[in-house]
Design a protein around this ligand. Structure first.
Ligand code: PEP
Length: 249
């Protein structure tokens, strides 16, 4: 039985005040006992967020980490170790906005994945196809290759301490959501692909869906057999909406 997770990617949003307000409101939401709930604020807000979520059941994550674990002359970078030091439990790795805007390739993403685990963080590995790739019938082969690149560098065993998020690029922040059938098809294919390496790890791996999830479509997505919760962008910035999405998981 896989424990569902609902995670909120807050992206580059908020101020100290709005982050405090959002977290305090979220703490007031009724969150189901049988799921994991996590939020991923911006870097400058992590320490404040940590103080607010401390003692609650909300886990804390960062949106990115450096490839390098050790301290060093890397201006602007933040290591997984530093994220752990400020109380993070998780870190997003390979979000499509970083793949696209920061030109992060599979090798860089694999190194970040390895650095995250070495620091004791759980990486949430994001994979997804573009619209062009989907239209060419390459949705599954694209995401499978993105997972393969991490397995090639980190080993399949590393997926035992990770979470996977399927986020079709064309559905992120666009209001377009994959249908439950489209999402389930890719989730099942990913699980089957990983089972080719290790059946037990594939069975236990949580695969979240992300891409314009809202309270209104969460139930139909989360009731699919291979969808184990969601990675939520825009809708995670409202406590009542995010709370409702958590209750759908
Ligand atoms: C995301 O950025 O991870 C995401 C899923 O965004 P949205 O829910 O806004 O599509």
């Amino acid at each position: 039985m896989r424990r569902p997770m609902v995670a909120g990617n807050w992206k580059m949003n908020g101020t100290l005040q709005s982050v405090a307000d959002l977290l305090n409101a979220l703490k007031g939401e009724k969150l189901p006992e049988n799921i994991d709930v996590a939020v991923f604020p911006s870097l400058p807000h992590l320490q404040l967020a940590q103080q607010i979520v401390q003692g609650s059941r909300i886990q804390l994550g960062a949106q990115d980490c450096a490839v390098q674990l050790e301290e060093g002359a890397l201006t602007g970078e933040t290591s997984a170790m530093q994220l752990r030091d400020v109380g993070c439990d998780l870190v997003l790795v390979g979000h499509s906005e970083r793949r696209e805007l920061q030109s992060e390739d599979d090798q860089v993403i694999c190194r970040k994945f390895i650095a995250a685990q070495a620091a004791g963080l759980t990486p949430v590995l994001c994979v997804g196809e573009t619209l062009a790739q989907r239209e060419q019938g390459q949705a599954v082969s694209t995401v499978a290759a993105q997972v393969d690149a991490v397995i090639a560098g980190a080993g399949v065993q590393a997926l035992a301490d990770a979470v996977l998020a399927y986020e079709p690029v064309w559905a992120i922040g666009t209001g377009l959501t994959a249908t439950p059938e489209q999402a389930q098809e890719v989730h099942a294919a990913l699980r089957e692909h990983i089972a080719g390496y290790d059946a037990e790890i594939a069975q236990q791996l949580r695969i979240l869906y992300g891409g314009s999830v809202k309270a209104a479509n969460a139930v139909e997505l989360f009731t699919q057999k291979d969808i184990d919760g969601g990675l939520i962008g825009g809708a995670s910035l409202k406590a009542d909406e995010f709370g409702a999405i958590c209750r759908a998981a």
